[in-house]
Design a protein around this ligand. Structure first.
Ligand code: HAM
Length: 415
């Protein structure tokens, strides 16, 4: 039997209404907050991700789907959206606009991670990027968009974790102190962290392996090494969140797995998802534009893991779809008249379907039930000849005769 590739999932028709619901809520909300949609390619030159995300991160070291193009250039399926958005903003000179560039995107991302519940090798993100301002209220605005999105989807028991990891300058001194602290206990850390000690020591702070968490319990705190500018910025972000009554937990170990972050970092977690509990995360990346040879440009954004949101979404929270009208046309003149009626109903903007294979009323009503139709519109030969149809409520089984000319108007009242 043919199977899909490990870690990849089909989105089946019965899940589509939930996906569409999440996408509609996210799109509407981002638009209301002043963001516009950008659609960027699914693959880019490998170098873009290596430079943006960082050569010593897990993503770049071992999770990218990289391949050679026919001309020998190295390409990579996008593991995330921020790098591609920054590349597009620079390439199309979108920074020339006087207003902050506020962009959002949807789409599949690819990471060769170990698959488990909530973690896939192809997954979908909704992301936003607010480019061109380092005002702390922009951080608050972006975080409040994320918080409001989850509230509108009625996701429960969420925690917003927030931290400031300062600027590169703030971290320089701290990293030396951290390494000094860790050097006598390095042998107690997991294999990954032993490697990170020389490549990316900050990441040791948010390693989830219990032995590492225990061993690093008393490490010096980065927050104590922040410059006064970074401290004030962080405090203003916290004040802004408090003013909007968005509850947060300060988590000084929140470092994040991508190297481009500076100052504010944040994650929203749910206790109902097991190990992969982060449903949305992001932060400031004030240095990324320069890394990619652009002008110094502050920016902040987040991305949401849509599969994880799907796992939390309850079916009854989805808006009810419009009713389905099933056209049951049968008999020599009833069948063709029914088909024209089906076309008329759809043209009038209503949801309608039929079963071309059903030739008897009994078989057709059975199909109507299977499709979950709210109403059947029955057109047999008698009805066709008298230019009428029978409107049948599939739940109550109550029927009424309606003139064919008036039927679309009549059923519109049921929508
Ligand atoms: P990230 O933390 O790597 O950040 O991913 C954001 C979210 O994508 C995660 O919180 C999680 O919900 C989801 N996610 C990540 N990996 C997987 C996976 N293998 N399977 C399922 N879901 C996953 C970024 O991608 C940054 N670009 C966010 C950002 C935007 N920062 C600034 N702007």
């Amino acid at each position: 039997m043919l199977r899909s590739v490990k870690g990849l999932k089909d989105i089946l028709p019965q899940q589509s209404p939930q996906w569409q619901h999440i996408e509609t809520v996210a799109r509407t909300m981002a638009t209301n907050y002043g963001f516009s949609e950008i659609r960027i390619p699914i693959f880019e030159f490998t170098d873009l991700y290596a430079r943006s995300i960082g050569g010593t991160t897990d993503i770049v070291e071992k999770e990218m789907y990289t391949f050679l193009d026919r001309d020998g250039s190295s390409l990579t399926l996008r593991p995330e959206g921020t790098a591609g958005v920054v590349r597009a903003v620079l390439e199309h000179k979108l920074l020339d606009s006087p207003v902050t560039r506020k962009l959002f995107y949807f789409g599949p991302m690819f990471r060769h991670e170990r698959p488990q519940a909530g973690r896939y090798r192809q997954f979908h993100q909704f992301g936003v990027e607010a480019i061109g301002t380092d005002h702390p209220l922009t951080d608050v605005e972006v975080i409040s968009l994320l918080w409001q999105l989850f509230s509108s989807l009625y996701l429960k028991d969420l925690t917003l974790h927030i931290n400031s990891i300062g600027t590169i300058n703030d971290r320089e001194d701290y990293i030396q102190k951290l390494k000094k602290f860790l050097s006598p206990i390095i042998k107690n850390l997991c294999g990954n962290c032993q490697r990170r000690y020389s490549t990316n020591p900050l990441r040791i702070l948010d390693c989830k392996v219990p032995i590492c968490q225990e061993a690093t319990q008393h490490t010096p705190m980065l927050i104590d090494y922040l410059s006064s500018d970074s401290r004030i910025h962080f405090q203003q972000v916290l004040d802004g969140l408090r003013d909007l009554e968005i509850p947060y937990t300060i988590n000084h170990r929140l470092v994040r797995g991508l190297d481009y972050y500076s100052r504010t970092t944040f994650e929203i977690t749910s206790p109902h998802l097991g190990a992969q509990s982060t449903i949305g995360a992001g932060g400031r990346y004030d240095g990324l534009f320069q890394i990619l040879h652009g002008p110094s440009t502050p920016a902040i954004g987040f991305a949401v893991g849509l599969e994880r949101v799907m796992l939390l979404l309850e079916e009854n929270q989805i808006e009810k779809k419009t009713p389905l009208f099933f056209v049951a046309g049968f008999g020599e003149s009833g069948k063709p008249k029914g088909f024209i009626l089906l076309h008329e109903i759809r043209k009038a903007g209503m949801r309608a379907d039929t079963d071309h294979k059903g030739n008897t009323l009994k078989a057709l009503l059975r199909s109507a039930d299977k499709l979950g139709a709210a109403y059947s519109i029955i057109v047999g030969d008698d009805e066709a000849n008298s230019n009428t149809a029978i409107l049948r409520n599939m739940k109550t089984k109550v029927q009424e005769i309606v003139n064919l000319k008036e039927i679309t108007q009549r059923i519109h009242q049921e929508c």
